[in-house]
Design a protein around this ligand. Structure first.
Ligand code: HSE
Length: 298
């Protein structure tokens, strides 16, 4: 049996649309076993009623096996842990895709390098910003250079904690990409390029006072916040309670606040505030995961 653990990820991180992402200590685990006959999908050992042909882990698995003409009959795929909330901007799709591709590699005798796993998973997902940190851990800037994916890790100071504020409604990534403009004015491009560059530099130098300006964005957040009820009030509350920066996690609906001190006070005050809103907002304090995907064969 192949066991794969994949971390959650927060993508974009303000100005780094489709490029910045960071792995978080929140995990899904999947178990994959070959089986003669029909494929079965289990959620924590309980048979899923959904058609396995619609399952993203299954599709990523066979997409990879087919590329190498690996012959298979069927599988048992058990999602033994599912802590990453679905369609909330915390990389649940990338976790399924990276998990499926990595499991396929393992079934083929570890045939793929980590970079090859990343390339196949990025092709399936369409953009690398969740896939790469899910695979390699840490905060990463990723670019697509033709078909090739290049990436570089960004230093994140240990003092920084990430408060994920998660509502009980989902935002579809497809819709939240569809509502974005086809073209941008020069000023907005300059705004994002300058902040992305300074974000990396300020993190590297530990210049927390500069982070607030750097976590801003004009490419996607102004459009997407409209899909997230109470987004502005929550982000304002996080800022007023001492966060050094805030952003929409991936395409939402999760909002992320970056906190460097007085973390217990921040957690209590913001939880109290969220508790008064509709939509069952909850707050989870997370740290970066530095390990990325973990695959074991047993
Ligand atoms: N960069 C992606 C987006 C992340 O913002 O649409 C979500 O998949």
């Amino acid at each position: 049996m192949i066991k794969v653990r994949i971390p959650a990820t927060t993508a974009n991180m303000g100005p780094g649309f489709d490029s910045f992402g960071m792995a978080l200590k929140l995990y899904n685990e999947i178990e994959v076993e070959e089986k003669k006959g029909k494929t079965i999908i289990l959620n924590n050992g309980i048979k899923s009623e959904d058609n396995y042909k619609d399952n993203l882990i299954y599709n990523s698995l066979i997409n990879t096996l087919d590329r190498f003409n690996y012959k298979y009959d069927g599988f048992i795929i058990n999602v033994s842990k599912c802590d990453i909330p679905i369609c909330r901007g915390l990389g649940s799709s990338a976790a399924c895709i990276v998990g499926g591709v990595a499991a396929a590699s393992s079934l083929m005798g570890n045939r793929l390098s980590l970079d090859e796993i990343i390339e196949i998973a990025t092709e399936v997902e369409g953009h690398p910003d969740n896939v790469v940190p899910a695979a390699v851990g840490g905060m990463v800037v990723s670019i697509k250079d033709g078909e090739k994916v290049n990436y570089s890790k960004i230093r994140v100071p240990n003092e920084l904690k990430f408060a994920a504020m998660i509502p009980d409604f989902q935002v579809s990534t497809a819709l939240s990409r569809q509502i974005l403009p086809q073209a941008y004015v020069k000023e907005d491009c300059i705004f994002n390029i300058s902040r992305s560059a300074m974000l990396i530099s300020a993190l590297y130098n530990g210049e927390f006072d500069k982070l607030r300006a750097c976590f801003n964005d004009k490419i996607h957040e102004p459009y997407r916040k409209k899909l997230i009820k109470n987004a502005e009030e929550i982000l304002e509350k996080a800022r007023d309670t001492g966060a050094v920066g805030e952003f929409v996690s991936g395409s939402g609906s999760t909002l992320m606040a970056v906190v460097d001190k007085d973390i217990e006070k921040f957690e209590k005050e913001v939880k109290d505030f969220l508790g008064k809103l509709e939509d069952n907002w909850r707050l989870i304090l997370l740290e970066p995961d530095v390990e990325g995907i973990r695959v074991a064969s047993c």
